[in-house]
Design a binder for this molecule. Structure first.
Ligand code: NAD
Length: 243
């Protein structure tokens, strides 16, 4: 089995997940990218990670499908032997005011953003237990801590991730598995591309700029590799959006 740590990153072919993949690759990890997109779409991301000197593999599956997750994780373990770091990053928005939010809109977001963290963590954690070490990082959001009008489904999913994070930290600390959440503010990715007038958002941010995926990746790398004693935390990375 490789001496290098292996990190599984869901929704890792672009945006924040891809940036985290590169940061961990630069720090000496090999990378398993998951995404729902096809292999050809993910190939440039795989090539870029390999150009950093890491091994990189792509596994296409839907993180909200328990059976697909289970099959894919078993295949990863058979092919690579272990998963040291899990970043539950895949996520979507389906925004709307609560009175107009239909059940499909609610359930889809909860299942992809929160259900996925159960499915993937549940499939992976038994191998971390056997290895007596591991780090899980859940990509939450500032709105999971503070709420946001028009995002009842998304905010609830991200708040749920924080509850899951704290509970798993308590259940698995003695097994040397740390579980933390990162709560990004406004980060420039495809997800926020149609926010419109970003000047208004920037007025709310003490640091005076929107965040970049790299801002998040640095904190993910810290939680994954640079600390042995931080667990159960939800760390806001928002330029001070809410202080
Ligand atoms: P993004 O849309 O660029 O990336 C999300 C990735 O998840 C995409 O590659 C997408 O294909 C993948 N994905 C979606 N559904 C999937 C599924 N069912 N199975 C597997 N993969 C799936 O968005 P991003 O901004 O990079 O967001 C990454 C994470 O960060 C999300 O969880 C998001 O909620 C969170 N976040 C983003 C911001 C922001 O401002 N961009 C703020 C707070 C939290």
């Amino acid at each position: 089995m490789s001496e290098r740590k292996i990190a599984l990153i869901t929704g890792g072919s672009r945006g924040i997940g891809f940036s985290c993949a590169k940061e961990l690759a630069k720090a000496g990890c090999d990378i398993i990218i998951n995404d729902i997109c096809d292999a050809a779409t993910a190939q440039p991301a795989i090539d870029e990670i390999k150009s950093l000197g890491a091994e990189a593999w792509f596994y296409q599956f839907d993180v909200s499908n328990d059976e697909q997750v289970h099959t894919a994780v078993e295949k990863m373990i058979a092919e690579h032997g272990k998963i040291d770091i899990l970043l539950n990053n895949a996520g979507i928005t389906k925004d709307g005011l609560f009175v107009k939010m239909d059940a499909e809109q609610w359930e889809r977001v909860i299942k992809i953003n929160l259900g996925s963290a159960y499915y993937v963590s549940h499939a992976v954690i038994k191998y971390m237990m056997k290895a007596r070490q591991g780090a899980i990082i859940n990509m939450s959001s500032v709105v999971g801590l503070h709420g946001n009008a028009g995002q009842a489904n998304y905010s609830a999913s991200k708040a749920g991730l924080i509850g899951l994070t704290k509970t798993l930290a308590k259940e698995f600390g003695k097994r040397n598995i740390r579980v933390n959440a990162v709560c990004p503010g406004f980060i420039q990715t495809a997800m926020t591309a149609d926010l419109g007038n970003t000047d208004e958002y920037m007025k709310l941010i003490p640091m005076g700029r929107l965040g970049t995926p790299e801002d998040i990746a640095k904190v993910v790398k810290f939680l994954a590799l640079d600390t042995d004693y931080v667990t159960g935390q939800a760390i806001e990375v928002s330029g001070g959006l809410i202080i």
